[in-house]
Write a protein that binds this ligand. Structure first.
Ligand SMILES: Nc1ncnc2c1ncn2[C@@H]1O[C@H](COP(=O)(O)OP(=O)(O)O)[C@@H](O)[C@H]1O
Ligand SMILES: [Mg+2]
Length: 203
């Protein structure tokens, strides 16, 4: 049976007198790319913030992988396989494209003090991380700029780095907030086709 990876029921969220979300329900089936469309101020970012645990909803339920995760904190949802991007990319500007992907890797055995002294304990895992990041950069069309600091990138490339970084966590779902805003139509088309290719490649 086809199950939904994400299911949102009756979400309500107000900021004082402003009802940003009023009984929102939607289902996202596995292996599908779903798009939420609405004018500025219609509540898209607020809904992503509720789903990803940044805001607690006033009412309603968020189910992720059949589990009720309403009100769970963002780090827990991230550990469970939910990743998101931000409307305004939040990258490590002075780090390179590759480094931005590597910092998102969940397991870094070389970061413990004891392990850091024992190269054998982390070298394989570091190599695997770099291979994974390189493959991701290939799929995102960023191979040529792997060693550029992020402040040198175009707006579209910054969005792609954010997507790649989110995917380094082995996320099962990726919530993209405005993946093509401020990007020219040709590049927007390319970003969407790369998102579809990532879906086909990683399921
Ligand atoms: N933290 C907040 N405090 C007060 N109002 C907010 C906050 N976040 C969003 N809003 C308001 O909620 C409404 C929906 O905003 P938003 O979710 O950002 O819309 P969208 O992403 O669709 O443009 C807007 O009127 C916005 O001003
Ligand atoms: Mg928004």
């Amino acid at each position: 049976m086809q199950t939904n990876i994400l299911s949102v029921q009756g979400i309500t969220k107000s900021f004082g007198d402003l009802h940003a979300l009023d009984g929102i329900s939607l289902d996202v089936p596995r292996q599908k790319v779903s798009i939420l469309i609405g004018p500025n101020g219609s509540g898209k970012t607020t809904l992503i913030n509720v789903i990803s645990g940044i805001y607690k909803p006033d009412a309603g339920k968020v189910r992720f992988n059949e589990k009720d995760v309403t009100g769970s904190p963002p780090y827990q949802l991230y550990q469970m396989g939910m990743a998101r991007t931000f409307q305004i990319p939040a990258l490590f500007w002075k780090l390179t494209v590759l480094e931005n992907l590597l910092v998102a890797e969940k397991s870094n055995p070389g970061e413990s003090f004891l392990n850091s002294l024992l190269k054998g304990r982390w070298i394989n895992s570091e190599t695997r991380s770099v291979e994974k990041a390189s493959r991701m950069l290939g799929l995102l069309g960023l191979s040529r700029v792997w060693d550029q600091p992020c402040y040198n990138l175009s707006g579209g490339q910054m969005k792609l780095v954010e997507i790649g970084r989110a995917l380094m966590s082995n996320a099962q779902i990726l919530l993209l907030d405005e993946p093509v805003s401020g990007v020219n139509p040709t590049l927007a088309h390319e970003i969407f086709s790369r998102i579809l290719r990532l879906r086909d490649e990683f399921g």
